[in-house]
Design a protein around this ligand. Structure first.
Ligand SMILES: [Zn+2]
Length: 312
């Protein structure tokens, strides 16, 4: 895979991705073995036997919703989805991706989210907030260097303001849209979460900064994947031992979205959403990445680990 980056002078630089040997890996679209039943079981991946880079998968509870709000036009039945977020420990600094729901969703959900709780009802304990979950695996919120925002919907903004030294990296298009969304996506943006004083934002520029390589070592790449939201981005995490893990986030809520069987229930451009899935499928195929979708109860159960376990 070719990586396109920009140097300090803003010049475009192309280089070959430095991918691990994937010749023995199976197709990302084929059913994969249950990670927890691998020979390198979760216990052998606990602290003390780490490559120095760790991917932790967390969730801030679930959202009780209806199928149609996740899969466009697909019915009124109840559907409960996990709210994932991710922590990456890296020698160059700890990284949080998204942070799930804000703690207020556990304390006063209607007060903080408003009537959107009638469509997406958060089921969350106070202890599920991302700062406390970081502490539970020995990560002081002060030590988090970067907070990466896939987009700014309410179930992804729980970290903003809780990691005082973190630079927040977000697509500029998403940040601007969040202050002035269309009527149909207004309920998904909680301004109190992201419109706070003293935040250190850095903005990416869509296709011009695509494949942004956070540490320059290929561990964390940010992939522009608009459609569900105007400035949505997904993440390709490449771990020394586990290999590539593609976090689609909401570019593919579930495997049905990944397999072109459903559009998202909330979307700003169906064409962009379909193109983004196609782009991510190409990346997953090129890298043979493990694919973790945004809110799929089944897919998430397969890949999620207990808070003390991690990938790599
Ligand atoms: Zn979303």
């Amino acid at each position: 895979m070719k990586i396109i980056e920009f140097d300090d002078k803003g010049q475009r630089v192309e280089r070959e991705a430095n991918m691990p040997d994937l010749s023995t890996r199976t197709s990302s679209l084929a059913p994969r073995p249950h990670p927890r039943s691998d020979s390198g079981s979760s216990s052998s991946r606990k602290r003390g036997n780490s490559s120095g880079i760790e991917l932790h998968m967390f969730q801030t509870g679930t959202l009780r919703t209806k199928l149609k709000y996740i899969k466009m036009n697909q019915g009124e039945e109840d559907f409960e989805i996990p709210v994932p977020w991710f922590l990456i420990k890296h020698p160059a600094g700890n990284v949080v991706i998204d942070g799930g729901n804000a703690i207020e969703a556990a304390i006063d959900k209607r007060g903080h989210w408003g009537d959107v709780v009638d469509a997406y009802d958060p089921v969350m304990n106070v202890a599920d907030n991302c700062a406390d979950q970081c502490r539970s695996v020995g990560v002081d919120p002060q030590s988090v260097r970067y907070l990466l925002q896939s987009h700014l919907h309410l179930d992804h903004t729980g970290a903003i303001g809780h990691f005082p030294k973190a630079q927040i990296i977000c697509q500029r298009a998403e940040y601007e849209y969040a202050f002035n969304p269309h009527w149909f996506s207004k309920g998904a943006y909680i301004r109190a979460d992201f419109d706070r004083p003293g935040l250190n934002w850095k903005f990416l520029g869509g296709e011009y900064t695509d494949n942004y390589d956070l540490f320059g070592d290929g561990t964390i790449r940010m992939i522009f994947s608009p459609g569900h939201a105007p400035g949505h981005q997904s993440f390709l995490i490449t771990l020394p031992r586990t290999g590539p893990v593609l976090l689609t986030i909401d570019a593919a809520y579930t495997m049905d979205h990944w397999e072109n069987k459903a559009l998202p229930g909330l979307v700003v451009s169906s064409a962009d959403a379909a193109n983004s899935v196609e782009k991510l499928r190409r990346i997953a195929s090129d890298t043979n990445a493990m694919v973790v979708t945004g809110h799929d109860p089944v897919n998430w159960e397969v890949f999620r680990k207990s808070p003390n376990d991690f990938y790599d």
